[in-house]
Design a protein around this ligand. Structure first.
Ligand SMILES: [Zn+2]
Length: 172
């Protein structure tokens, strides 16, 4: 997401990210690891959280060290840089081997860099700059591998549902 243009496919992903992040936090706070939805019980993981950009960098480079992911990238980089930036669109941004994150160091627990945000940005490294099918495939694959397959399936259903909602709203 190199600019602030928000198309429908981006709003679908943002909406599902925000929803999922709130849901995981709420489940964590009440100490429950399952969620009932769509007639199923989903076992939900805890979202890992990273306090500093050093930790963020370590995590993203750890992912980059896995051959299965590097093979998916259009242009693999041996080392991924992580920088602080006030220009980042919605907290995070990926461009040409570099990740940019806004300063969210305000001391509040809420403002840590969450694993979903990091996997979202890492999925741009693997799946390009848009939020269409290629990006989603990479993102959901990362969620399944690094968090849990059930969370990935849950988010996939939400993305489908959200896409249908937008179509209905627009009368398509
Ligand atoms: Zn994005």
């Amino acid at each position: 997401m190199a600019n602030r243009k928000i198309d429908d496919s981006a709003s679908v992903v943002y909406e599902v990210d925000d929803h999922t992040s709130l849901l995981l936090r709420a489940l964590d706070e009440i100490g429950i690891s399952t969620h009932q939805a769509y007639g199923s019980t989903f076992v939900m993981p805890r979202e890992k959280r990273y306090l500093t950009l050093d930790n963020v960098s370590r995590y993203l480079n750890e992912l980059n060290g896995k051959p299965q992911y590097r093979a998916m990238a259009d242009k693999p980089y041996p080392y991924l840089e992580v920088r602080q930036s006030s220009y980042a669109d919605r907290i995070g941004m990926y461009m040409m081997g570099k990740f940019y994150f806004s300063d969210i160091d305000d001391g509040g627990e809420w403002r840590e860099y969450g694993q979903l945000l990091l996997l979202h940005e890492f999925a741009h490294y693997l799946g390009g700059s848009g939020h269409g099918d290629r990006f989603r495939k990479a993102y959901l694959h990362l969620i399944a591998e690094e968090m849990s397959p059930e969370l990935s399936r849950y988010m996939q259903i939400r993305m489908y549902e959200e896409t249908e909602n937008i179509k209905k709203m627009k009368g398509k």
